[in-house]
Design a binder for this molecule. Structure first.
Ligand code: GDP
Length: 137
């Protein structure tokens, strides 16, 4: 079994897509081990995306991620990291495959509806950033 951090980003929460995205997660066979609605501060968003701090879009990305509440989740499945990224689709919704969440619900390369950890090490950091051990069942 593997765990990954998933986020329903503020654009998708604002569009009232939480239920549809959670349904897709469950239908795909993930077990939700933790879940919380959270309005990140700018500083919390900056800490989460610290690896991107030199990128030109760091300022707008962290403004966006702190612009409204998002849903934080710990997802569990065999091969969860790869499997969740496949369900999300490519970073840019315009390039994401048909049937993926970002293609369906994202509106731009930045406002792309969902986040998923990209490797085991990143998943460990990201899960630990938002959840204490006892919050993940
Ligand atoms: P991910 O792993 O698919 O989420 O992609 P990255 O780790 O490369 O980027 C993190 C997040 O930054 C993405 O999910 C987007 O919200 C945003 N992002 C990535 N590339 C760009 C870009 O070129 N421009 C802007 N404005 N945002 C971007």
């Amino acid at each position: 079994m593997e765990r990954t951090l998933a986020i329903i980003k503020p654009d998708a929460v604002e569009q009232r897509l939480i239920g549809r995205i959670v349904a897709r997660i469950e239908e795909a066979g993930f077990t939700i081990r933790a879940m919380r609605l959270e309005h990140l501060t700018k500083k919390e968003a900056e800490g989460f995306y610290a690896v991107h701090r030199e990128r030109p879009f760091f300022g707008t990305l962290t403004d966006f991620m702190s612009s409204g509440p998002c849903v934080l989740m710990a997802l569990e499945a065999p091969d969860a990291i790869r499997k969740w990224r496949a369900l999300m689709g490519a970073t840019d919704p315009a390039k994401a495959d048909a049937g993926t969440l970002r293609r369906e619900f994202g509106s731009s390369i930045e406002r792309n509806a969902t986040h998923g950890s990209d490797a085991l090490e990143t998943a460990a950091f990201e899960l630990g950033y938002f959840f204490r051990g006892m919050e993940i069942r």
